[in-house]
Design a protein around this ligand. Structure first.
Ligand SMILES: [Zn+2]
Length: 158
């Protein structure tokens, strides 16, 4: 492919994809998911733009940490607006939003594919939050689709 999105990002390259807003946010200008978070190729897989922004600007994300927005603006990748939180600190917020969540099957196909492909290495609670679906839906989508994708009949090219 050789496209810029597949190479290893540096903060300078990443920064070129962001546009400042009046509120001081730096918004991801390319693909976004259902919930408004930026989606970006990070090496071989899809990742959340704000997580990549945090990593590039502030270093590795602590294990189990979720990257939250002070500004509550999902596409924002301004490192000054991002902080590493915990599930505990995010729990009340999550509870409040849980009501509005949907099943994974309500997602657009690209987002569903994201969930399935990210589920093996992403934190399911965070994935659920980022796509506004329930944690159960993440597990269900990941498990069910993986099973289907491992069906040899679906894998044959001819
Ligand atoms: Zn912001």
């Amino acid at each position: 492919m050789g496209s810029r999105t597949r190479r290893d990002w540096t903060w300078d390259l990443f920064r070129e994809q962001l546009r400042p807003t009046d509120r001081g946010c730096l918004e991801w200008q390319r693909t976004r998911n259902y919930a408004g978070y930026g989606r970006v190729r990070d090496g071989a897989k899809w990742a959340m733009a704000h997580r990549v922004a945090f990593r590039l600007s502030s270093g590795p994300i602590p294990k189990g940490a979720i990257i939250c927005h002070h500004c509550d603006n999902p596409p924002c990748c301004n490192p000054e607006h991002l902080y590493a939180g915990t599930h505990q600190s995010n729990a009340r917020d999550a509870q409040r939003r849980e009501r509005h969540r949907k099943s994974a099957w309500g997602l657009r196909l690209p987002d569903l594919i994201d969930v399935v492909s990210l589920a093996p290495f992403a934190d399911h609670v965070e994935l659920a939050r980022d796509y506004r679906i329930t944690v159960g839906a993440v597990r269900l989508a990941a498990g069910t689709l993986r099973e289907r994708l491992s069906d040899p009949d679906l894998l044959s090219d001819d």
